[in-house]
Ligand binder design. Structure first.
Ligand code: NAP
Length: 448
C-alpha cells in the first residue's frame, strides 16, 4: 500500500516537497490541503503583480499537481475544517508548508495607528488575496513611508510609483489600480536602519528602477561607500558591489520631468509613528554602524507622511499541536523533522529568507526523513480525509475546480493583463456553477 502524505499549504515549499517525493520514486499518494480555493501561495499573492516572469514558475507546479500521485483539496482550513491531530491520524506523513504569512509588528509607539500597514497585508491587498482585498489602505497624502530595505519594500515602492501603462501587463486587481493610480503620491521613501552596503535588495530588482517611466530613484550619494565591507565572502562582496554601482547610477539619473521620486534613506531607525487619529509622520533616529549593527546617534528627524508600510519581515502561522518558536516566528524542528510523521519545509521552517528556489533544498531532504521514520503499517489517507470533509459539509475545491476558476480569470483578462483575478472566495466558488459539495456528497452516498 502507498504511503499517504498530506502537505498543508500549496505554495512553493509545498510544491517542491511533492516534487521531491515523486522524484525520489517513493510509492506515495500526496494530498495538498490548502486554506484558499486557489493554489500557489506566495506566487499568486506575494510576488509583485508586475513580475509575471517570476510567476511563470507555476507551470512547473501545475505539472506536479497533475501528476497521478497528487490530489488537491483547496478551501480546507487546518485548525477549522480539520485539525492537525486528525490529519496525523489519517496520514502516514504530514508536511507543514504554510510559509510565513503574518506580519512582524512595528514595535514602536504609534505602530498600530490607522494608516500603518504590514507588508504581508499590503502586498496581499494589491495582489487580490481574499484575506486582504478589503484592506482599503489610505493613500491620500503625497508622501509614503516604507520601512525596510529588502525586496518586499522594493516591490511595494515600485508598485506605488509605476504608471497605469507600466502596470498594463500585470494582474493588479482593478480596485487596487484605482486606488494607486488615483492617489496623489509624489514621494515614496524606503528607510533602512543600516547603510547601502547592508540593504538586502537583490541587484536585478534594484536595476529595474532605471527603467521607470515617470519616477526617478534618489539617494544621498555621500553615504555610498567606495566598496563593500571586507567581512563578506567573495560572492557576497560581488552582490553588494553591484548594488553600490546601481546606487551610484541612481544618483546620476537626470529625469527632471518625472512626477514621482522613489527615495532611499539610509542610517534611519524608526522610533515613533506620529499622529492622533491617524498617521501624520514618522520620527527617526540617525544611526551609525557598530560591528554591523545599527546604533542610535541621538540625532532625530521627522518624515511627514499619511501612509506607513512596514516591510520588516513576516512570521509563520502557529497551529494547535505544532511546537512554535514565538521569538523567531518559526516551527520548532530538527532538520525538517518536528516529530515522527510530522515535518516542516520552507519559510515555516527557516523564516522568510531567500528566493523561491531556496525552498527546493528543504524539500530534497524530505524523502530520506520519511524513509527513516515510516514503518510498513499504513494509514488510510485520502479516503479518510474525503469522508471527514463530506461529513463536515466542507466545500473543498479539487484541482479540476481550480482549473475552471483559473480559466475564468484568464478569459476575463482585458488588454495586456494575463488574468482578471477573482479575489473573493464566494466569487471563486460561484464560477463552479453548481454546489460542488452537494454533488460530491451525492457521489459519496452512492459509493462512487
Ligand atoms: P528582508 O530581506 O529580510 O528585509 C527586511 C528589512 O527590514 C531589512 O532591511 C531589515 O533591516 C528591516 N528591518 C527588520 N526589522 C526592522 C525594524 N524593527 N526596524 C527597521 N527595519 C527593520 O525581508 P523581506 O523584504 O520581507 O523579504 C523576505 C524574503 O523574500 C527575502 O529573502 C527576499 O529576498 C525575498 N523576496 C524576493 C523577491 C524577488 O526575488 N523579487 C521579492 C520579494 C521578496 P536589517 O537588515 O537591518 O535587519
Amino acid at each position: 500500500m502507498s504511503i499517504s502524505v498530506a502537505i498543508i499549504g500549496a505554495g512553493p515549499s509545498g510544491f517542491y516537497a511533492a516534487e521531491a517525493l515523486i522524484r525520489a520514486g517513493l510509492d506515495c499518494r500526496i494530498d495538498f490541503i490548502e486554506a484558499l480555493p486557489s493554489p500557489f501561495g506566495l506566487i499568486r499573492s506575494g510576488v509583485a503583480p508586475d513580475h509575471q516572469n517570476i510567476k511563470a514558475v507555476v507551470r512547473a507546479y501545475e505539472r506536479t499537481a497533475e501528476d497521478d500521485h497528487v490530489a488537491y483539496y483547496g478551501n480546507v482550513k487546518v485548525g477549522e475544517d480539520i485539525s492537525l491531530e486528525q490529519l496525523r491520524r489519517f496520514y502516514d506523513a504530514v508536511v507543514v508548508a504554510t510559509g510565513a504569512p503574518f506580519d512582524r509588528s512595528l514595535d514602536i509607539p504609534g505602530g498600530d495607528l490607522p494608516g500603518v500597514y504590514g507588508s504581508a497585508a499590503f502586498v496581499g491587498w494589491y495582489n487580490g488575496h481574499p484575506d486582504h482585498q478589503d484592506l482599503e489602505p489610505s493613500l491620500d497624502s503625497e508622501q509614503v513611508c516604507v520601512i525596510g530595505q529588502g525586496n518586499v519594500a522594493l516591490d511595494i515602492g515600485r508598485v506605488l510609483v509605476k504608471t497605469a501603462d507600466e502596470m498594463a501587463g500585470s494582474d493588479l486587481p482593478e480596485y487596487a489600480a484605482r486606488t494607486i493610480h488615483g492617489a496623489k503620491i509624489r514621494l515614496v521613501t524606503l528607510f533602512g536602519r543600516r547603510g547601502p552596503a547592508e540593504a538586502k535588495f537583490t541587484n536585478s530588482e534594484l536595476k529595474e528602477l532605471f527603467k521607470l517611466s515617470d519616477c526617478v530613484p534618489r539617494l544621498d550619494p555621500a553615504v555610498i561607500p567606495d566598496r563593500p565591507p571586507d567581512d563578506l565572502d567573495e560572492r557576497g562582496r560581488r552582490a553588494k558591489a553591484r548594488n553600490l554601482d546601481s546606487f551610484r547610477g541612481f544618483a546620476a539619473v537626470d529625469k527632471p520631468q518625472a512626477a514621482k521620486v522613489l527615495r532611499f534613506e539610509f542610517f534611519a531607525m524608526p522610533v515613533e509613528v506620529l499622529g492622533e487619529k491617524r498617521v501624520t509622520g514618522v520620527r527617526f533616529e540617525r544611526t551609525r554602524l557598530e560591528q554591523g549593527r545599527a546604533v542610535g546617534t541621538g540625532e532625530f528627524f521627522v518624515y511627514a507622511c499619511g501612509t506607513v508600510v512596514a516591510a520588516i519581515g513576516t512570521r509563520a502561522k502557529p497551529l494547535d499541536g505544532l511546537p512554535f518558536d514565538k521569538r523567531r516566528g518559526v516551527v520548532i524542528n530538527c532538520k525538517g523533522r518536528v516529530a515522527e510523521g510530522l515535518y516542516v519545509v520552507g519559510w515555516a521552517k527557516r523564516g522568510p529568507i531567500g528566493v523561491i528556489g531556496t525552498n527546493k533544498s528543504d524539500a530534497d531532504t524530505l524523502p530520506a526523513l520519511l524513509d527513516e521514520d515510516l514503518s510498513n503499517k499504513r494509514k488510510p489517507g485520502r479516503g479518510a480525509l474525503e469522508a471527514w470533509l463530506t461529513e463536515q459539509r466542507t466545500r473543498w475545491i479539487s484541482y479540476e475546480d481550480w482549473q475552471a476558476i483559473n480559466a475564468t480569470e484568464i478569459d476575463a483578462a482585458e488588454g495586456e493583463a494575463p488574468r482578471k483575478k477573482l479575489y473573493r472566495i464566494k466569487d471563486m466558488l460561484a464560477v463552479l456553477g453548481r454546489d460542488a459539495q452537494s454533488a460530491r456528497q451525492a457521489s459519496h452516498d452512492h459509493g462512487a
